[in-house]
Design a protein around this ligand. Sequence first.
Ligand SMILES: [Zn+2]
Length: 308
Amino acid sequence: MLVFSFLCFQWSAAQTPDLSRYKQQVQRLSEDVAYFDVEKINNQFYMIIGGGGNVGVFVGDSEVILIDNKYEVLEAVLMDALRTFTDKPIKYMINTHFHHDHSDGNKTYGKQGIPIIAHENAKKRMQATAELYGGILPFLEGFVQDKYPENALPVITYDSKISLHESGEHIELYHFGYGHTDGDSVVYFTEANIMHTGDTFVGYRYPYVDLYNGGSIQGIIQVLENIAAITNDDTIIMPGHGPITSRKEVLQIKTALTELYKKTLEGLQKGLTPKAIAASIPTTVGKAENIKLNYIKSIALEQERAKD
Ligand SMILES: [Zn+2]
């Protein structure tokens, strides 16, 4: 019998959420991370790497726009990295989703009055304490993210698409439905043909799917399909984590996940165990045999949930 609950975790006023895992992580980062690497794409686009999700930077004529902002405790480090290539002020920030490693920095920038833009569900998730799903990445088991203070929340939200215009660039934020979470944005700079995918795509490896917070494995395959549909072979892709890459890799992981998903459903239909299903699928995605098995188990759980 399944003992997992897919209900969104909510803490009543009487209960204290266990934030120890988050606090340990923040402590470790503040001790270990002294600098970030900066990858220059061209004179207008940079990616800041390390200590959380990749931060995409667009340098406009007089101001800069940041996509994601890592952790509050690393903001001085992030600013040091930013100031190696621009002195311009930050006009606004985009959050690709609510996870702490991408938007914890809101706690710094919101206070400074820098407007934050995100999908409406990302804002909703930030307004509540959330437990992350540990079924794909076991190190996230029991990881609790606290709700954000009011002044760290996005001030502009959208439903399916929003367009921003800056220094001759058109910035399209797309929400393609349930994927990594239920509040993901992919951010496409159409003139430059550069996209930041957030964690819906992290290179040729299994993307983490947060089943406790609206994520869906079936959904993320569709999200990858949508990313492939609006980009082309020349699009430069900034993934949520990992090095800068291209649409080719998006298509490769989409194909691998589609195959895994199909074989899992067939296997479940035949009554096979997740282990037997895993054995029938060659590992082509990284060498993460255990993550493949976790993925299959998570697909099975998603199927159970769909029946409820
Ligand atoms: Zn994430």
